[in-house]
Design a protein around this ligand. Structure first.
Ligand code: FES
Length: 135
C-alpha cells in the first residue's frame, strides 16, 4: 500500500507509489521508498538533497490522531508534478500527518516550502520565485 509520511522539518517520505510523472506527463523513475523535497531548495528536485538542513526549513506535521485508516486504495497510486507548483497526489489516502486532506482521494502537497497550510499547497508558489523547469 502506498503511503506518504511528512517528515518534520524535512522531505516527504513516499513509499509504494506506482506512478510518478513530471509536468509533461513523462514518468520519473522512483524507488519503492523515496524522499521528495518539500522545502523548495533542493538542487535535485523533485528529490530531497538535504538542502532543508542548510536552509533550516521548519515545518512540523505530527502524527495522525488515529492510525492511518487502513484505507481501501482508490485506484492506482500516483503523484503528478505540477509545473512550478505542488505535487498532485491521487490514490494515496494514507498521509502520515496530523492534518488530514479535505479529500483523501486527491490532494496537493506543497513543494515550494512557502505554503501557510503545509503540508498542503495554498497557492503561495504563484507569487514566489519557485521554479523547477526540469520537471
Ligand atoms: S526537503 Fe530536503 S532538500 Fe528540500
Amino acid at each position: 500500500m502506498a503511503t506518504i509520511e511528512v517528515l518534520n522539518d524535512g522531505p516527504l517520505k513516499v513509499t509504494g507509489v506506482k506512478q510518478f510523472l513530471n509536468s509533461r506527463g513523462v514518468a520519473i523513475a522512483i524507488e519503492d521508498t523515496a524522499f521528495l523535497c518539500r522545502c523548495g531548495a533542493s538542487a535535485n528536485k523533485p528529490f530531497c538533497d538535504g538542502s532543508h538542513k542548510k536552509t533550516e526549513f521548519k515545518s512540523e506535521c505530527g502524527k495522525p490522531a488515529s492510525p492511518a485508516a487502513t484505507s481501501q486504495q482508490a485506484g492506482e497510486s500516483r503523484i503528478d508534478i505540477r509545473k512550478n507548483g505542488p505535487l498532485g497526489v491521487t490514490g494515496v489516502p494514507d498521509l502520515v500527518c496530523a492534518k488530514a486532506p479535505a479529500d483523501a482521494a486527491r490532494y496537493s502537497l506543497c513543494r515550494c516550502g512557502l505554503s501557510q497550510n503545509k503540508p498542503f499547497c495554498d497557492g503561495a508558489h504563484k507569487n514566489s520565485a519557485f521554479s523547477d523547469d526540469k520537471n
